[in-house]
Every structure is written in C-alpha cells, then in structure tokens.
Design a protein around this ligand. Structure first.
Ligand SMILES: Cc1cc2nc3c(=O)[nH]c(=O)nc-3n(C[C@H](O)[C@H](O)[C@H](O)COP(=O)(O)OP(=O)(O)OC[C@H]3O[C@@H](n4cnc5c(N)ncnc54)[C@H](O)[C@@H]3O)c2cc1C
Length: 413
C-alpha cells in the first residue's frame, strides 16, 4: 500500500532513504532546515568501504586514550566542558570493545556495508552521476612495522569476513602511489574499496533527481513532533504545522533528540571531525590513502586533495576549533613535504556516532508509524544507500536481505 512518508533530514542517509521510498511509489517529503547535503554529508573523506566492519573501539582502547589525548597531533580531543556529559557514552563504548561484542558488531556491519556500490548504482545511474563513484581500491600505509602489528586484530576481523587485503612492502606502496616519498615501511591494498569524488555533489544530485521523480523537499526547521496514542500526527516547524502519517528520522547527530521524544532513549554523540581541502596542491593521487597511525584519509576529490580525520567530543553546538584542522595541515606536510596550502579550505562536521559503532535502522520501539535511520558514525556515506534500501524494504513489508536485529533501537533498553 502506498503511504505518505515524511523524512526529517536531507543528508546522504535521508536522501538515499527518500529516493528508495520514492522508487516504491510512496508520496515522500523530506524536511531539512538546510539545503540537501550541507551538514555532515558535505565534507567527509568520501570513502566507500564495504570492508569497514571494524568498530571504533577494540579491546585495549582504554590504554590508548591518554596517549591520544596528550599528543598535540593526536586524533582525539574532548572539550573539558563536555567531558561529564559524554561520560555515559564512553562507558558504553568501553563495554562494546569486548572481543565477543566486537566480533558480533563486525558480523552485523559487514553485510550492510558490503552492499554499498551495488546499492548506490541505481541511484547514481538514475541521477546521471555514476562518474562520482570510483572503485579504485585504497592504500593503507604504516610508518613502522610495530604500528601495523598493533592493528593485527582489526585486519583479522576484516579478513575473517571476506575483505580482500594485499600486503605491500615499502617499494610496492610507492609503486601504487608514486607521489609518496618512501616514508612508509609497510602497507596494505584493499582492492574492493573506493570513494566518492565529491560527497556534497552526490547528495545534491540524488536530491535533485528525487524531486524530478516526484519527491518533495521542504526547507524548514523541525521544532517539535506532536503525537497522540496512535503515533505522531504533525511536525511543528518554523513555518507552521506539517501533518505526518509515516515518519522517518534521519537527522544525523540530532536524531537522538527526536528518538527521545518518540520514546527511545538512545546514546548518540556528535563526534566532530575536520577536513582540509587543497584546491591546487600540485600533486594528486590515483586512489585514497589511509594512515591508521594518524587516523586520517587523504582522498583525491574533484575539488582537489582532501585530508580528513579527527574525533572531537564537544557536543553539537560548540563552535569549531580549527586548531584541529591545523593538525591535519601539519600531517599533510609530513606526507607531502612542501605541499601548497595557499588555496586550502577547512571544515568541521558532526558524525552521528553510536557507542557500539552500529547505526539505528528500523521501527521505533514504542511508537507506531515511526522509523529510524541514523547513527552511522564514521561510515554514513558508505552506509547511506544500503540503509535507504533496507528501510524501504522494511516499510514495504518485504523481507530484508540482511539480519536487521543488531540495528534495533531496543538494543539499548
Ligand atoms: C571528517 C569526516 C570524515 C568522514 N569520512 C567518511 C567517509 O570517508 N566515509 C563514510 O562513509 N563516512 C564518513 N564520515 C561520516 C559521514 O559523513 C556521516 O556518517 C554521514 O554524513 C551522516 O549522514 P546523515 O545523513 O546521517 O547526517 P547529516 O548529513 O548530518 O544530515 C542530517 C540532516 O538533518 C538535518 N536536521 C537535523 N535536525 C534538524 C531539525 N530539527 N530540523 C530540520 N532538519 C534537521 C540537518 O540539517 C542535516 O542536513 C565522515 C565524517 C566526518 C566528520
């Protein structure tokens, strides 16, 4: 039966979900206070990584945190004012870092992310932007053998789940990426991975096609959700009331606010990250480069060369601290000595992160006619289209092609 479905959020997850719902013939309205793709989906590293099934926290994570926090070039920062507020989330992260839990998380993530290229294919083809998706593989490079050995569990988790991984010695890293200067001792090549050459243009193009196909996008801020016994009946927005029948929450790092209103108390943090994009770097790469020791990706975008990374916990509303982007600039200098930063731009975005690294996908646990698709953390670009297709299957009553139970909101109750 065709329904009227309202989606809150025009990031990549909301737009991919709306696109799949529209393909099923529903009447679909997306509401966002910003134009499509202007929040976290604007400036990510662009990586499409069907093999990214390893959660953020692995056994031993606690022992690494002090080192990360004390290193001025380190990947992690927590604003003192936000420390106590984020503590329950960190305790849950710690709990999710047990090996038995990590194995289960990887078992759940792999089937979802494995579908990324296949799930984007019909959307980008319909929008005539297949050129944005590049399945080049990517290179992982370690400056020391010890660094590589310290990550043994993460690579084993991927390999155990069928991710193709080739080991590269120093010379072979340079064969793949001649732009590097031999500063890496050991590396890996993951041939099935790839990237989006412009994440902003991807979301915008899919949004335009969604509208051309009869979908509706309204630029409004949602201020409240009004409910009665049978579920939500309207959204209170800055431009008046919007009546709703079925409601999908894809509001990124703000989604937990609406989930709470709808009866699900969920731990979600805005895990802020930064990028610096060099529009005229005088060098490019044939494929992305990942440096696990610094936790940064360098991606050859159509706008130039982008370095992205950092995990900053400061809440949704604190202003950006562009000293974190300067850390990325310094790392870029270390990788490509003398790179020109003259035309570089910087950006901060909020990853919607759950402490167990699993998104929330499926029906609300307490309220009828409400669906969730949020919390993808570091893999929201990769997970956007697979999530949209999955949610469309669930709403249509079709049997989903993967086990959705690990993504249930009730896992935290
Ligand atoms: C530095 C960095 C690098 C990253 N690299 C990668 C990567 O390489 N690969 C990958 O897969 N992922 C990556 N990510 C993660 C990825 O970008 C996110 O997971 C993804 O963009 C989340 O998409 P979303 O649609 O859930 O959220 P968003 O893009 O944040 O969209 C949510 C939308 O909801 C809207 N909204 C919220 N509240 C309201 C309201 N009250 N009223 C109206 N609208 C509202 C917002 O305006 C926003 O447009 C990276 C993130 C960062 C920060």
């Amino acid at each position: 039966m065709k329904k009227h479905i309202t989606v809150i959020g025009a990031g990549i997850v909301g737009i991919a979900t709306a696109s799949y719902l529209r393909r099923d013939g529903h009447r679909v309205t997306v509401i966002d206070r910003l134009p499509p793709g202007q929040y976290c989906s604007f400036g990510n590293a662009g990586i499409l990584s069907p093999g990214s099934c390893v959660p953020q926290a692995l056994p031993g994570v606690l022992s690494k945190v002090p080192g990360y926090l004390m290193d001025p070039l380190g990947p992690l920062s927590i604003r003192p004012a936000h420390f106590l507020k984020a503590m329950p989330w960190f305790l849950r992260l710690l709990e999710a870092s047990r090996l038995s839990r990590v194995e289960k998380i990887a078992d759940a993530l792999r089937p979802l992310l494995k579908q990324t290229f296949e799930a984007y294919a019909p959307l980008v083809s319909n929008a005539n932007v297949s050129d944005l998706i590049r399945q080049t593989g990517y290179v992982v490079a370690y400056s020391t053998l010890e660094g590589y050995q310290a990550d043994a569990l993460a690579w084993k988790l991927r390999q155990d789940r069928g991710v193709l991984i080739q080991t590269l010695h120093s010379k072979e890293i340079q064969d793949k990426l001649p732009q590097l200067k031999g500063q890496f001792e050991i590396g890996l090549y993951l041939p099935e991975q790839g990237f989006v050459a412009n994440p902003e243009r991807l979301t915008q193009s899919l949004a335009q096609q969604f509208q051309a196909d009869g979908g509706e996008i309204l630029q409004r801020e949602v201020l409240d959700i009004e409910c009665n016994d049978s579920g939500p009946h309207s959204l209170l927005t800055d431009q008046g009331r919007w009546p709703v029948d079925q409601l999908v929450i894809c509001a990124g790092s703000h989604s937990h606010i609406w989930a709470k209103k709808l009866g699900d108390v969920l731990p979600l943090e805005a895990e802020r990250g930064y990028h610096v994009t060099y529009s005229d770097p005088h060098c490019s790469l044939p494929m992305p480069l990942f440096l696990p020791e610094q936790k940064v990706f360098v991606t050859p975008m159509e706008m130039g060369l982008r370095i992205a990374g950092q995990s900053e916990f400061a809440g949704n509303d604190a202003p950006p601290n562009y000293a974190r982007a300067d850390v990325l600039r310094q790392q870029m200098q270390n990788i490509f000595p003398g790179i020109s930063a003259v035309d570089s731009t910087q950006w901060m975005g909020r990853r919607p992160s759950m402490p167990d690294s699993l998104p929330v996908i499926g029906p609300a646990s307490k309220m009828a006619k409400v669906w969730y698709a949020f919390g993808h953390g570091h893999v929201g670009l990769c997970g956007g289209a697979p999530t949209g297709r999955l949610l469309a299957d669930l709403i249509a009553g079709r049997k989903p092609n993967i086990d959705v139970r690990p993504f249930s909101p009730s896992r935290f109750s």
